[in-house]
Design a protein around this ligand. Structure first.
Ligand code: AMP
Length: 331
């Protein structure tokens, strides 16, 4: 199944308690593509870089098999983001955002991109997210991510984009900011009332929560922890590589079943959240995309298996009454 992503391709300058990098490869579409490609499906990227963008970064994406027909190279400077993290690595402090060539960019999708089945509107101007969405013919699944910068500067357009997609991925603090409430549950309800079928709230080292519409709690919530890591070097890209694992897995499942028309089930979304958490757990082990350069599906599968053990706390049948029909020993 083909995946399309629009988002930033950036040069990031980052400081964390464990080091710093200047003008390193970053951007929401970069992390997403590098992560999603691990799942084997086609990834078509839409973005713009400036004439200063190093060729070695283009080669990295090409070597990963990312289709770059939709990557424009414009006269001017590449998008730059600079941020820092303190020991609480859950929240980035933005020091500077320079849109540069993104300020005047308007995507024109190559015709082959318009048949994309899985569409990820990564963190970028919601105006661009909507422009891309309007050029897609018949997507199976559309997913959106954003950040506080766009909540502050483009809230109305962001609301339109949120209304137009199936799933929203958002950080905890940004969900509260968007809905203007301290209650995450209320924030989730507000976002869901605008149209998406599901919302995935990312809570950094505390994992991720899925919210869906409905009154039955067991149908409306799902909680996944984050992988317990002793050493985190740089949380940048955790959200985007989470999205890459999430959609990469779903697209692979769509491929396996060839159910182009069928919608994604909640159980698939739950497993996709665990895939997202696993891939993000590797990304944060090093700066920029360094860890994604060497990451393999075998490593992803090993951590996925660990997640199964971490989150399973009951035997199949915890109470005697439930077990009468089973020939199982009750603890
Ligand atoms: P995350 O996965 O949420 O840590 O996203 C990190 C990436 O988002 C960085 O590599 C930045 O280049 C990129 N980024 C930061 N600010 C923006 C913005 N306002 N629009 C688009 N991308 C951004």
């Amino acid at each position: 199944m083909s995946i399309l992503v629009v988002g930033s391709v950036a040069l990031d300058s980052i400081q964390t308690p464990f080091g710093k990098v200047k003008d390193a490869l970053g951007g929401s579409a970069t992390y997403f593509s590098a992560a999603a490609r691990l799942y084997g499906e086609a990834v078509n990227l839409v973005a713009v870089v400036g004439s200063d963008f190093p060729q070695e970064h283009v080669e990295f994406l090409q070597d990963r098999g990312v289709n770059l027909d939709g990557l424009q190279i414009a006269e001017g400077k590449t998008f730059r983001w600079s941020g820092r993290y303190d020991y609480d690595m859950n929240t980035a402090e933005t020091l500077d955002t320079q849109l540069n060539v993104f300020a005047t960019f308007h995507p024109q999708l190559p015709d082959a991109y318009r048949d994309a089945e899985y569409v990820f509107l990564a963190n970028i101007d919601p105006v661009l997210q909507l422009e891309v969405l309007s050029q897609i013919r018949q997507p199976t699944l559309t997913v959106l991510d954003t950040m506080d910068y766009w909540l502050n500067y483009r809230k109305e357009t962001l609301s339109q984009a949120i209304s137009a997609v199936d799933i929203v991925l958002i950080n905890e603090a940004e969900a509260r900011q968007y809905a203007n409430t301290f209650s995450l549950i209320r924030a989730a309800r507000k976002i869901l009332s605008q149209g998406p079928k599901a919302l995935v709230v990312k809570k950094g080292e505390y994992g991720a929560v899925m919210f869906a519409n409905g009154d039955v709690p067991t149908q409306s919530f799902f909680f996944a922890p984050a992988y317990p890591l002793e050493k985190i070097k740089d949380p940048t890209g955790a959200g985007d590589s989470f999205a890459g694992g999430f959609i990469g897995y779903l697209a692979q499942q769509g491929h396996a079943t060839s159910h182009r028309e069928s919608s994604v089930t909640k159980d698939e979304i739950k497993r996709a959240i665990v895939h997202g958490s696993v891939v993000a757990s590797f990304t944060v082990e090093d700066f920029s995309v360094e860890r994604l350069r060497t990451l393999t599906m075998e490593e992803i599968k090993a951590r996925y298996r660990d997640f199964k053990v971490f989150t399973n706390f009951e035997p199949t049948c915890p109470w005697t009454d439930d077990c009468e029909h089973l020939n199982e020993k009750v603890p």
